[in-house]
Ligand binder design. Structure first.
Ligand code: EZ4
Ligand code: CO
Length: 384
């Protein structure tokens, strides 16, 4: 089976999405998510100018060889743009192979290891009453695990959020104490620090949150400094999750080999596809480290589907982040996955189980949009 075409579809039904659409001489169509939030057009150019022409005429079944060809053959390795582009090709080819086999993708990855995937959703509020309302609305929507954020330390305006680290460290344990008092001891609670602390602050926060039994503390430091996590780890038993901005196994080398984290946050979309993330997770498995794949709205339904197939198949699944897309997105991307009793399942359709309606996608052209930034009170640029 030969690849006949590879086109990049950019659409903004509710937000920008980049999708690679690969067609074979047997008229099978495979999809891959290549959305890199705020830098979308860099991946579009990488795919359209440099990757798509190389795919035409290749064996659609040769997934590993194509992965190695794009990774090694480029000479310039790693990085978010490259790895999102490689991921999109990888996932599109897995989609095609599974459709050809007449099976949902998870069957080709080893079959189901569980009946469904525990998902967590986001709750946030500027004060405790609004936070409680937000948590209640998430549990009513079916979520059985909740990420709890407070906006108290960030005053949003058009230019930047103002961030006060000292106030955050002082107040956050009290927020979790109140949430536990209101919602009880058994609801899994998560929290995302968004890379905003230095190691000693992260160590102190992890320790202060221990009484509230977090499922995890996420991105507590900018973890490209992998060694910093030794300090955090030596001070706290709060489980640690890291890596939504990582894109290869090399970003995790120290973190996994020294067991400095408990959950791998990388997504299929940003870490080289199903093939590469599976390798990262198999490495992590030897150290009792589990998956915690990134699943915000900027992972498209195609990227989410790929995550669900991989998560269902691997042994060391931990939890899946799941932020529902809007109604327009669901029309552009027709999906087969389900969310029942707090558990996600990729469904039984052959392949990924997602269909891209190209005409519908064409109604929503790209619009530039960027992530917010944060600044300290004195104006210093901080991590968002
Ligand atoms: O900032 O998806 O855990 N989730 C997050 C997200 C990320 C965005 C980046 O594109 O941290 O909100
Ligand atoms: Co995060």
């Amino acid at each position: 089976m030969i690849i006949e075409s590879a086109e990049v579809v950019v659409t903004r039904p509710d937000r920008n999405f980049v999708t690679l659409r690969v067609t074979t001489d047997e008229d099978l169509v495979g999809l891959g998510d290549a959305t890199l939030n705020g830098r979308e057009q860099a991946v579009v150019a990488y795919l359209a100018e440099h990757v798509a022409p190389l795919l035409i005429g290749r064996d659609a079944h040769a997934i590993e060889d194509t992965w190695q060809f794009l990774y090694r053959g480029a000479y310039w390795r790693r990085g978010p743009v490259t790895m999102a582009a490689v991921a999109a090709v990888d996932v599109a080819l897995w989609d095609i192979k599974a459709q050809k086999a007449g099976m949902p993708l998870y069957q080709l990855l080893g079959g189901a290891s569980r009946t469904g995937l525990l998902a967590y959703g986001h709750a946030s509020g500027r004060d405790l009453p609004s936070l409680f309302d937000s948590i209640s609305s998430m549990t009513e929507a079916g979520y059985r695990a909740i990420r709890v954020q407070t906006g108290v330390y960030g005053v949003a305006n058009d230019a930047a959020e103002v961030w006060d680290t000292a106030a955050y460290l002082r107040d956050l344990p009290g927020v979790f104490e109140a949430v536990r008092a209101e919602f009880g001891p058994s609801l899994p609670l998560l929290h995302d620090v968004h890379h905003r602390l230095i190691p000693i602050q992260a160590a102190r926060l992890g320790k202060a949150l221990e009484p509230y039994d977090l499922f995890w503390l996420e991105d507590c430091t900018p973890a490209e400094n992998q060694d910093a996590l030794r300090l955090v780890r030596s001070h706290t038993t709060t489980p640690l999750a890291i890596g939504e901005v990582f894109n290869t196994i090399w970003d995790y080398r120290t973190l996994i080999a020294e067991q400095l984290i408990d959950y791998v946050r990388s997504s299929v979309t940003h870490a080289g596809g199903v093939s590469h993330l599976k390798k990262i997770l198999e490495y992590a498995q030897q150290y009792q480290i589990k998956s915690g794949m990134h699943g915000p709205q900027d992972i498209s339904p195609v990227g989410m589907a790929a995550a669900l197939h991989l998560g269902l198949a691997i042994h060391n699944f931990g939890i899946q982040e799941y932020a529902r897309h809007g109604a327009r997105t669901d029309e552009v991307f027709q999906q087969s996955f389900t969310f029942t009793d707090g558990l996600l399942h990729p469904g039984a359709l052959p392949g990924l189980g997602v269909r891209l309606d190209v005409d519908e996608a064409g109604k929503y052209p790209y619009q530039a949009a960027y992530l917010p930034i944060a600044r300290l009170r004195d104006g210093t640029l901080h991590d968002w």
